[in-house]
Design a protein around this ligand. Structure first.
Ligand code: NFE
Ligand code: MG
Length: 495
């Protein structure tokens, strides 16, 4: 008998994601991923000055505003024919790097870890850690109250197998609390050069508006050192320890498709990886398809031709997310995709980290096409980027140029590519007589959580869910773990 199960809303992800799976004989046989709201940011941009775009597009998201700002300024810089000075590129790296790190820590601890760590272990805690005792008192108080969802966001949760070792659970919960401080630290580090966080005031076409001092750079690096310590001593070991308890998640959540990286920091390359072969990215091969999305257009169109005309009653549609395709194919984006595209470079720090982990776990790279492969790629990348940020800070020359002048009049078409924490991001801009004529954002979560396209091809999350065993249809925790491993952000996806 075929049974339909809804995970709606998917909790502990950004925004409004609904997942529907059909299960037959304890296996997923069909999956639909739906973005549940329309925001219209692309409509808001039409008719405005192009210089407004980096300010407005950053408001697409509070988790990854910096990549939106950078994609936007890169698109405009290409239209205005201006190259930012080296200092400006490095300062953007410092801001974007700190944004990646806070986002990765957020995703693992605050969004995903409690799929595995048993939060109820806090009830039996008998140690003297003040924060853990505070948390215990709060949970107990909640459980004895008559509020609608006591101890939310920890409970209710799906029943299933969680970690049983008390020490692993308590260490994980302690790090869950520490992770708030670490995210704050990463935001503060970024804000030294961005003016404020989450939405930067300093990233503009032509460069940045901040003149770094030696003192500011040293302050940033000292903060980044603390983040490196947390990533090395807590984040990576926690991912590895949890993964060892659930080795089946090194097989689950895979799908048979390619990976895209748009490249970032002049450090992580762009490329498309199919079966371990990496090829160059061709911007003409990008398409967005609205066959099953609530938009008026039907087939696949290049983003320069893209329209954003809402059609909430469209027959057959089931998502407010469009379906990005590359040469007609869905691609996975994110930290695992970046690793796959980088991996042929045997001396790249990401490759070295991945090989060390694979050796320790006695595994082949193909096992990383999985739930824990995504978590591990994210954690290793956080470490590599944090270390690079310290290096980039040391290369910045206080007193040298941070901005290059340009002329913003005229007409033209251009695209800005960057990697966001969740994957490849592109902003496709058309300017006519000094005003935005069309602006299309093709975002990471649209790639990963895309609905079917006109050809009927499911998106990566949909494909990753198909064939997954679900032991208990009232508690589809396996599906939730797979979906969260992609780190969906629906605020971005529905922009
Ligand atoms: Ni709202 Fe985002 C990232 C972008 S995901 S978090 O990372 O771009 O679509
Ligand atoms: Mg778009």
């Amino acid at each position: 008998m075929r049974q339909s199960i809804k995970l709606d809303p998917v909790t502990r992800v950004e925004g409004h994601l609904s997942i529907k799976i059909e299960v037959e004989g304890n296996r997923v046989v069909n999956a639909n991923s739906s973005g549940e709201m329309f925001r219209g940011m692309e409509k808001i941009l039409q008719g405005r000055s192009p210089l407004d775009a980096p300010v407005i597009t950053q408001r697409i998201c509070g988790v990854c505003p910096i990549p939106h700002g950078i994609a936007s300024v890169k698109g405009l810089e290409s239209a205005f024919n201006v190259v930012p000075p080296v200092n400006a590129k490095l300062l953007r790296n410092l801001i974007l790097g700190a944004d990646f790190i806070q986002s990765h820590i957020l995703h693992f601890y605050h969004l995903s870890a409690l799929d595995f760590i048993d939060i109820e272990a806090i009830l039996k805690y008998q140690g003297s850690d003040a924060s853990l005792n505070d948390l215990q008192s709060w949970v107990k108080e909640q459980l004895n109250s008559n509020v609608l969802f006591p101890a939310s966001p920890f409970l209710p949760r799906y029943q299933g197998s969680y970690i049983s070792d008390p020490e692993t659970n308590i260490a994980g919960i302690r790090h869950y609390l520490d992770a708030f401080e670490m995210r704050k630290l990463a935001h503060e580090a970024a804000a030294i050069f961005s003016g404020k966080m989450p939405h930067s005031a300093s990233i503009v076409p032509g460069g940045v508006t901040v003149n770094p001092t030696q003192e500011a750079l040293e302050k940033y690096s000292a903060m980044m050192e603390k983040l490196v310590t947390f990533i090395e001593k807590s984040y990576i070991p926690d991912v590895v320890e949890i993964a060892k308890v659930f080795p089946e998640y090194f097989s689950m959540g895979s799908w048979n498709g390619g990976f895209l990286s748009a490249g970032v920091f002049d450090f992580i390359p762009s490329g498309i990886s199919y079966n371990k072969q990496v090829v160059e990215v061709d911007e003409n091969a990008f398409m967005e398809d609205s066959g099953f999305s609530y938009f008026s257009s039907s087939g696949a169109v290049h983003p320069f031709e893209g329209q954003t005309v809402a059609m909430p009653d469209k027959a057959g549609a089931y998502s407010w997310v469009k379906a990005p395709r590359y040469n007609g194919k869905p691609l996975e984006v994110g930290p695992l995709a970046r690793l796959m595209v980088t991996y042929p470079d045997r001396n790249h720090p990401l490759t070295i980290e991945a090989d060390a982990l694979l050796k320790y776990l006695n595994m082949d790279i193909s096992r990383l096409h999985s739930v824990f492969g995504r978590h591990a790629a994210r954690a290793l990348e956080a470490k590599v980027i944090a270390r690079k940020c310290i290096e980039w800070a040391s290369q910045i020359k206080p007193g040298e140029a941070v901005f290059a002048e340009f002329n913003s009049a005229g007409s033209g078409k251009s695209v800005g590519f960057v990697e966001a924490p969740r994957g490849a991001l592109s902003h496709w801009i058309q300017v006519k007589d000094g005003k935005i004529a069309n602006y299309q954002c093709v975002v990471p979560t649209a790639w990963n959580c895309s609905p079917r396209d006109s050809e009927g091809l499911p998106g990566p999350v949909e494909q990753a869910l198909i064939d997954t065993p679900v032991a208990d249809s009232d508690n589809p925790i396996e599906a939730a773990r797979i979906v969260r491993s992609f780190d969906p952000c629906l605020a971005c996806a529905v922009h």
